[in-house]
Design a binder for this molecule. Structure first.
Ligand code: SF4
Length: 356
C-alpha cells in the first residue's frame, strides 16, 4: 500500500538528513540568487554552472545591481554557457522587476511566473525556496521519483500525464514540513537515489511501496514516446509548360502521395541538381524522349524544405525547355485548371510562389 503523504515525508526527511546535496546556492533564501542559479542550471550541469553562478553573484550581488547591468555585460559573463536566450530573458525580466515591482523581486507564485523566461518549475522553486510558499517543484528528478513510485507508465511529456504528476507532487507536500525542505529533499532523492540508470532500489526507503520496483518496471519508467527517425529525401522536379498548361503525372507507386498528381521528378541522394548525364539517363523511366528536351535545366525556379511525419523532403524545381508535346505520352497530362485534381501540399506551396 502507498504511504500517506505524512509517512512518505517522514521517510524522505530521514533519508535527506543523511544524504543532502551541498550546492553553493542552497544555503540562502534569496529570490534573486535562486532565480540566477535555476536559470543557469536549466540546460547546464551543476559542475559547469557553479563558476558562472559565483561570477554573477560577485559582480551583481543583488537584484538592484543586476537591474542596472548592461545586456552586453550579462552576455559576456554568460559566454561559454550556451543558450544565450536565457541571459537575454534574465535581462528582460530584470527590467520587468524594475518597472512593475519597483525593483523588488516579486514574492508570489503568479507574479514570479509572469517574469520573462520563468516557467512553472522555476516559479515553484523561487516561491518555495525564497518565500516558503507551498508550491511543489516538478523537475526531471521529481518526475522520475513520482512516476516510478506511483507506477505511471504513460508518456510523461503529454499534458494529461504531466498534470497527474504535478497533482501528485502537490499532494505529497506536507504542511508540517517547510516547502523548501520538502522540495529540496524530493530533488536530491531523484538525483542521488532514484537515479535515471541504476537507481539504488535495494537501499531505498520506498522499496516496499514503489510500484515500478515491485512490478520490475524501473528501467521502463519514466516513459517518453521515442522520437520517430525521419528519412531525408531529395526531389528534383521538372517543370514543363506550354500553352496547354503544366505537365503532371499521377503518382501510382507505393510511396507517399499515391493517387495524387505531381510534377515529373527525379529522386537522388543529394540536393545538388542532377548532372545532364543523370537527367538524360532518367528520361526513359519517365517515358520522355530525349529528343523532346532542348535544355535539361533552364533555371532553378524554387527550392523548398517540406516536413512530413516520417520524412524530410528537400525539393528543387527546374524549368525545363521542351520542344515536343509530351501529352502524347500516357504517363503525363497537361493541366490548365488544377481545381479538379488532387495534388500534394508541397506542389501547392510551389505554385503559390510562382507566376505560372
Ligand atoms: S525503489 Fe527504486 S525506483 Fe522506486 S523510488 Fe526507490 S530508488 Fe526509485
Amino acid at each position: 500500500m502507498i504511504d500517506t503523504p505524512k509517512e512518505f515525508n517522514l521517510k524522505l526527511q530521514q533519508w535527506h538528513a543523511l544524504n543532502e546535496r551541498d550546492l553553493p546556492w542552497k544555503s540562502n533564501a534569496n529570490a534573486y540568487k535562486i532565480w540566477l542559479s535555476e536559470i543557469i542550471l536549466q540546460q547546464t550541469q551543476v559542475k559547469q554552472g557553479t563558476p558562472y553562478y559565483l561570477n554573477f553573484v560577485k559582480k551583481y550581488p543583488d537584484i538592484q545591481s543586476f537591474i542596472k547591468a548592461d545586456l552586453d555585460d550579462i552576455l559576456a559573463l554568460w559566454k561559454g554557457l550556451g543558450y544565450y536566450s536565457r541571459a537575454r530573458n534574465m535581462y528582460e525580466a530584470a527590467q520587468q522587476i524594475n518597472e512593475t515591482f519597483d525593483g523588488l523581486f516579486p514574492n508570489n507564485y503568479q507574479d514570479i511566473l509572469a517574469l520573462k523566461g520563468i516557467g512553472k518549475y522555476t516559479a515553484a522553486a523561487i516561491a518555495s525556496f525564497a518565500y516558503e510558499l507551498p508550491h511543489a517543484v516538478v523537475d526531471g528528478n521529481v518526475i522520475r521519483l513520482i512516476t516510478r513510485y506511483y507506477g505511471i507508465t504513460g508518456d510523461y511529456t503529454r499534458r494529461a500525464t504531466m498534470s497527474k504528476i504535478e497533482s501528485l507532487a502537490q499532494k505529497l507536500m506536507d504542511h508540517a514540513i517547510l516547502p523548501s525542505s520538502h522540495n529540496q529533499a524530493m530533488m536530491d532523492f531523484g538525483a542521488l537515489q532514484c537515479k535515471p540508470s541504476n537507481p539504488l532500489c535495494q537501499s531505498c526507503p520506498f522499496n516496499n511501496q514503489c510500484i515500478a520496483y515491485l512490478n520490475n518496471q524501473v528501467d521502463k519508467i519514466p516513459f517518453k514516446t521515442p522520437k520517430i527517425k525521419k528519412t531525408t529525401r531529395y526531389f528534383h522536379y521538372l517543370v514543363l509548360m506550354n500553352h496547354k498548361g503544366i505537365i503532371l503525372k499521377q503518382r501510382t507507386n507505393e510511396d507517399i502521395w499515391k493517387g495524387l498528381f505531381d510534377l515529373p521528378m527525379i529522386e537522388s541522394d543529394s540536393s545538388k541538381p542532377p548532372s545532364e548525364e543523370t537527367f538524360f539517363s532518367i528520361l526513359p523511366s519517365l517515358k520522355i524522349k530525349k529528343t523532346c528536351i532542348e535544355r535539361p535545366i533552364k533555371r532553378i525556379l524554387d527550392t523548398r524544405k517540406h516536413i512530413l511525419t516520417h520524412q524530410i523532403i528537400f525539393a528543387n524545381y527546374y524549368e525545363v525547355s521542351s520542344t515536343c508535346d509530351i501529352s502524347q505520352n500516357e504517363n503525363f497530362q497537361y493541366f490548365k485548371n488544377l481545381g479538379t485534381i488532387g495534388y500534394p501540399s508541397l506542389f501547392s506551396k510551389f505554385l503559390k510562389g510562382q507566376d505560372l
